[in-house]
Design a binder for this molecule. Structure first.
Ligand code: FES
Length: 134
């Protein structure tokens, strides 16, 4: 009887612009965690640093540390977030680190005062029921 699982958003290969919210609100904190219905590994950090937004996978590619809780520093004009677990730094623009590790970064755009992130899934500032307790 139950036909059709409604997995229209299950296609992870096609990224689309996702409305996150008003820039006036999102710029009040240096980082927001944006939840993906695809699961924790697809959650994204939205950073606001020096008047600019940056989006990056929220889990550190080393061992999954929470990058939203990392310190942000600028060295020689390069903005980096440092993972709170083992202190690896990732360039907010490129996702590159001083090691072979790299974070996936996402394009961000502002339209009429709203922030959009190009991502494979919908992004929400509130946890989805399935990953609420993680
Ligand atoms: S988990 Fe991020 S540096 Fe180890």
């Amino acid at each position: 009887m139950a036909s059709g699982s409604g997995d229209d958003e299950g296609n992870t290969t096609s990224a689309s612009w996702r409305l996150v919210g008003p820039a006036s609100e999102l710029s009040k904190k240096p980082c927001r965690l944006m939840y993906s219905p695809l699961g924790r590994d697809s959650d994204v950090c939205l950073f606001y640093v020096k008047g600019q937004f940056f989006a990056m996978d929220a889990r550190c590619s080393h061992s999954g540390g929470p990058l939203c809780e990392g310190d942000i520093e600028e060295t020689d004009g390069v903005l980096q977030v440092f993972c709170p677990w083992h202190d690896y730094g990732y360039d907010l623009k490129t996702g590159k680190s001083g090691t072979s590790l790299e974070q996936q970064v996402y394009e961000v755009k502002l339209v009429d005062g709203d922030v959009y992130v190009k991502h494979a899934s919908h992004l929400s500032l509130s946890p989805f029921p399935a990953n609420e307790k993680n």
